[in-house]
Design a protein around this ligand. Structure first.
Ligand code: AMP
Length: 295
């Protein structure tokens, strides 16, 4: 893996590859890599000539009381893993490379939020779910993703379905700002017991790790309920929350939403996304599952 730490050099290197007619696949990450990340890197390798992974713990997407400082940074291990799956470039900038002192331009994906008020049912993509409990988070995400897109100008960009709301917002960003990039969203990779892989799972104590499995189990239960003909969304939500509450420290949100607008559903429909964020101790975990009803 060729590591580049300078943004200007990274941009030049990527431009050269493009001129040589190579297709570029970009996988943005915050490091502490696991099989979820690696599945994106492998897909990028199958679909592009050159695979570029970025590792950047983006300060602007963390709230003041969040885990920016203690976010894991096992760099040597990350490099080994990237080597093993055949990534070509690692872009690993210092924050100052991405955000000089007088940095002052941001990408806002939720303008509708400020017009309508974040509590409105029309609060857009960023005023709901994770955006509601992490104000400014998706503005940080959209800004850094835009910067990475402009630096790498990739042909394809790879994201995980695990961060479902993020994938919807990036899709909207690409459409709204006319990025000529194919968005690839790949399935959530899970541990054997079903827990979605996450860099934050390492915060969990052994006891908390066992409790965490209630999250995928509850999503699976909702999936079964809806697939086997249960139609009362509110009843399902109530029962699902009770299941979660028996194990987790707190439920941040649990919703059944429209997969495109992210607005909560009152009634079942053909396509639904079940999304949740829960605290286990101080660790906030998210997960989601898609549901298609047929016939
Ligand atoms: P992060 O390093 O947490 O910012 O994640 C970087 C990318 O990896 C994002 O697109 C995530 O959605 C994706 N990702 C994280 N965990 C998983 C997982 N368990 N399965 C698939 N993709 C994942």
């Amino acid at each position: 893996v060729k590591e580049i730490r300078n943004a200007g050099l990274f941009q030049k290197t990527m431009a050269r590859l493009r001129r040589q007619g190579k297709t570029v696949g970009l996988v943005p990450t915050m490091g502490a890599l696991h099989e979820g990340h690696l599945s994106l890197v492998k897909a990028a390798g199958r679909e592009n000539d050159v695979v570029v992974v970025s590792i950047f713990v983006n300060p602007f997407q963390f709230g003041p009381s969040e885990d920016l400082k203690k976010y894991p940074r096992p760099l040597a291990r990350d490099r080994r893993l990237l080597e093993a799956v055949g990534a070509d470039y690692l872009f690993r900038p210092e924050p100052e490379q991405m955000y000089p002192q007088d940095f002052s331009s941001y990408i806002e994906t939720g303008v509708a939020d400020s017009l309508r008020g974040a509590k409105s049912p029309l609060a857009g993509l960023t005023g709901v779910l994770c955006g509601r409990s992490r104000p400014g988070h998706f503005r940080g995400v959209a800004t850094v993703v835009t910067k990475l897109f402009n630096l790498a100008k990739p042909h394809r960009a790879y994201f995980g379905a695990k961060d479902y709301q993020q994938s919807v917002i990036v899709r909207r960003l690409i459409r709204d700002l006319n990025f000529d990039i194919e968005l690839r969203v790949l399935p959530t990779v899970r541990e054997e017991d079903g827990l979605a892989m996450s860099s934050r799972n390492r915060y969990l104590s052994a006891a908390d790790r066992l409790r965490a499995v209630v999250i995928p189990q509850t999503l699976l239960w909702v999936h079964r309920q809806l697939s086997s003909g249960e139609r009362n969304v509110n009843r399902i939500k109530k029962m699902a929350k009770a299941k979660l509450r028996s194990k987790v420290t707190a439920i941040d949100y649990f919703e059944i939403v429209d997969p495109e607008t992210l607005q909560p559903l009152e009634k079942i429909q053909l396509h639904m996304q079940v999304v949740t964020a829960c605290f286990i101790g101080k660790t906030r975990l998210i997960d989601n599952v898609r549901i298609h009803l047929h016939g």
